[in-house]
Structures are given as structure tokens and as C-alpha cells.
Design a protein around this ligand. Structure first.
Ligand code: 2BA
Length: 109
């Protein structure tokens, strides 16, 4: 068994969850925050058999799109001056960042 961990944009998360459920994949959605933009994103945990990994990856690919996002300057007041960027920066946020990890044991009680 494998655990697919996918960090996706909030905008794509409902469509992705619907597509996974429609194809009978079980998934858990977690609210997460990107370290760089410090804005919300969604992390999916999808446990599935090894032979299904390619199918799940293609569903993720089909339902998540990359977008340009503007990183607005935020005053360092009360925050960390090390990360202060004084001008807006455009970054391309990927459709999905995916990790596929082996599952040592899977139990449901
Ligand atoms: P964030 O950390 O908020 O990053 C958003 C986007 O900002 C990234 O898109 C990338 O284009 C840019 N970015 C991140 N760090 C940067 C840096 N040090 N310098 C310049 N640009 C930078 P993605 O790479 O598509 O990542 C989207 C989200 O996926 C990330 O949100 C983070 O939540 C997650 N992620 C990406 N790589 C990861 C990793 N190796 N481990 C864990 N989570 C990761």
C-alpha cells in the first residue's frame, strides 16, 4: 500500500475530492498553510494499493492547475524582518506537490 500526500490549491480541492470519490478512492482533506506564501492550501492523504498510484496521480494532474499568485509586501512590524519583501512578487504556484510514500501497516478499527 502507498500513501499519496498531495498539496494542492484550495481552489482545486473540491473538484479533486469529487473526482477521487467518483472513482472510489478514499481520501482525507486537511487544511494546510504554505511556508512561503503563508496562505492556505489543501493537503490530501490518499491511501491506495500500489497498482492504483498512477491512476490517482493522473486524477490529481487533471484536476489541479498551476496559477500565478502575487506575493504582496507585508510590513515586518511585529513579524519577522528576515522574510520582508518590500515589493510585490509574482510566483507560480504549482498545480500539486505530491509525495508517494510506502505504508508499513494499515489498520481500520
Ligand atoms: P508555499 O510554500 O506557500 O509556496 C508557494 C509557491 O511559492 C511555490 O509553489 C513556489 O512557486 C514558490 N516558492 C516557494 N518557496 C520559494 C522560495 N524559497 N523562493 C522562491 N519561490 C518559492 P509550489 O512549489 O508549487 O508549492 C506549492 C505549495 O506546496 C507550497 O506552498 C507548500 O505548501 C507545498 N510544498 C512545495 N514543496 C514542498 C516540499 N518540498 N515539502 C512540503 N511542502 C511543499
Amino acid at each position: 500500500m502507498k500513501l499519496i500526500i498531495a498539496v494542492v490549491q484550495d481552489k482545486d480541492s473540491n473538484r479533486l475530492m469529487n473526482a477521487l470519490v467518483k472513482k472510489n478512492f478514499r481520501a482525507t482533506k486537511l487544511a494546510s498553510t504554505g511556508g512561503f506564501l503563508k496562505s492556505g492550501n489543501t493537503t490530501f492523504m490518499i491511501g491506495t494499493e500500489e497498482e492504483n498510484v498512477a491512476t490517482v496521480l493522473s486524477i490529481i494532474k487533471d484536476h489541479c492547475q498551476s496559477r500565478d499568485q502575487l506575493l504582496a509586501p507585508i510590513s515586518p512590524m511585529g513579524g519577522n524582518a528576515d522574510s520582508y519583501v518590500p515589493y510585490p512578487v509574482e510566483v507560480q504556484v504549482g498545480g500539486a506537490t505530491v509525495f508517494v510514500v510506502p505504508v508499513e501497516q494499515f489498520e481500520q478499527f
